[in-house]
Design a protein around this ligand. Structure first.
Ligand code: PEP
Ligand code: MN
Length: 338
C-alpha cells in the first residue's frame, strides 16, 4: 500500500500513521518527493480501513498494490483449485463438467425423469431449485424441503450429485445433510451472514455473481466463505445487468480469463440465466467452453412451455444432449475433455 501525504504534513503527524502500521507488524518506508511525501507499507494491509485513513487531513490518496482478497488470490495459491463434488471434480486442466436440470423441482417423477435425461446426455451433476428467489411473491416459490428430498431420490436413482440454491442461514443443516453442492444465487451474493455461515461448513459452494456486481466484489464474497475455513468454492457467471434488454442479462464471457488470472478457483458459466432465451443457450455454452470455463450449468425441462419457472430459457433434453456433444468437440480443441 502507498499512502500519499501532503508535503506540508508535520513529521509528528506522519509518525502517528507510521507507528500505527508498525504496531501491526508491517514494514514502512518514508519517501520524500517533490510535491508529496510517500509512506510505503509492506505487509497484510487487507485489515486496514482505508476510509478511516482518508479522514486524516494530511492524507491525499491511498493506492493498494496487492488485492483486498488473500485466500482467493492466485498470488498465494498459484495452482488451480479442484473442488470435489461428491466424486465429480470441478477445476484443473482436464475435465469440463456439465450440470443440468430444471429451474424448479416440480415433483418426484419430474426430477427423476430429468435426472435420467441429464445422465444419458453426459451431464454429471443434477440441478434443481427447491427454494426459489422469485421477483414476485405471487409466483411459485419452490417446493422447499419436499423439493430437496425429491432431489435426493433422483440422486439415488442415477447417482448424479445434486446442486440446489440456499437462501437463508436457517436452512444450512438441511442443505449440508442432503445436498452435494450448495448454490448461493445472484441475489444472495452479498448476503454476508449466509456467506460466513457457509464458510464454517466444508460443503462445496457454487457462488453466483450478483446481478450488478464487479469482479472484485464477487471475489470478496468468495473470500468471506474461504475466510471461515471452507476452501471449496466454485464461481458461476450468470450474466450481469446492462442497458441491453434484448437478453435477460448480458453474459460477461471475458470474465473467465480475468477470473483465472486473479484466482485459483474454478469458474462455470450459466448460459440459461445469462441469456434468458433457450435459442442462445447452445452458442453461449460452446463459447464458454472455448473461453476456458471449467463447467456449464444449463436449465433443462421436457416441456418448457409448462415449466413452473424459467421455461423460456430451458432446453429440451434432446437439445441439451446436442449441446453436450458439441461442447465435447470444442473442449478437445482447447485441450480438455468433457
Ligand atoms: C437459478 O439458478 O435458478 C437462479 C435463480 O439463478 P440466479 O441466482 O443466477 O438468478
Ligand atoms: Mn432459473
Amino acid at each position: 500500500m502507498v499512502i500519499t501525504c501532503k508535503k506540508d504534513a508535520p513529521q509528528e503527524e506522519l509518525n502517528k500513521i507510521i507507528t500505527k502500521f508498525e504496531n501491526y507488524g508491517m514494514q514502512i518506508k518514508q519517501i520524500e518527493g517533490e510535491d508529496y511525501t510517500l509512506i510505503v507499507v509492506v505487509g497484510d494491509t487487507a485489515i486496514i480501513d482505508e476510509k478511516r485513513l482518508m479522514c486524516n487531513p494530511y492524507v491525499e490518496s491511498i493506492s493498494q498494490i496487492g488485492t483486498p482478497y488473500k485466500k482467493v488470490s492466485r498470488i498465494w495459491h498459484p495452482e488451480d483449485s479442484v473442488v470435489d463434488v461428491a466424486g465429480v471434480k470441478i477445476g484443473g486442466k482436464e475435465k469440463i463438467v456439465v450440470m443440468g436440470g430444471p429451474c424448479s423441482v416440480e415433483g418426484l417423477e419430474q426430477i427423476c425423469d430429468i435426472s435420467q435425461e441429464i445422465k444419458n446426455a453426459g451431464g454429471r451433476i443434477l440441478r434443481g431449485g427447491a427454494y426459489k428467489p422469485r421477483t414476485s411473491p405471487y409466483t411459485f416459490q419452490g417446493l422447499g424441503r419436499e423439493g430437496i428430498m425429491y432431489m435426493t431420490q433422483a440422486r439415488k436413482l442415477t447417482g448424479l450429485p445434486i446442486v440446489s440454491e440456499i437462501m437463508s442461514t436457517d436452512k444450512i443443516d438441511e442443505f449440508v445433510e442432503n445436498v452435494d453442492l450448495i448454490q448461493v444465487g445472484a441475489r444472495n451474493m452479498q448476503n454476508f451472514d449466509l456467506l460466513k455461515a457457509l464458510g464454517k461448513t466444508d460443503k462445496p459452494i457454487l457462488l453466483k455473481r450478483g446481478l450488478s456486481n464487479t469482479i472484485e466484489e464477487w471475489l470478496m464474497s468468495a473470500e468471506y466463505i474461504m475466510a471461515g475455513g471452507n476452501n471449496n468454492v466454485i464461481l458461476c457467471e450468470r450474466g450481469i445487468r446492462t442497458f441491453e434488454t434484448y437478453t435477460r442479462n448480458t453474459l460477461d464471457l471475458s470474465v473467465v480469463q480475468i477470473v483465472k488470472k486473479k484466482t485459483h478457483l474454478p469458474i462455470v458459466i450459466d448460459p440459461s440465466h445469462a441469456t434468458g432465451n433457450w435459442e442462445l443457450v447452445e452458442s453461449m455454452s460452446l463459447a464458454a467452453v472455448a473461453a476456458g470455463a471449467d463447467g456449464l450449468m444449463i436449465e433443462v425441462h421436457p416441456q418448457p412451455e409448462c415449466a413452473w419457472s424459467d421455461g423460456q430459457q430451458s432446453l429440451k433434453p434432446k437439445n441439451f444432449k446436442d449441446v453436450v456433444e458439441k461442447a465435447r468437440a470444442i473442449a478437445k480443441v482447447v485441450g480438455r475433455d468433457l
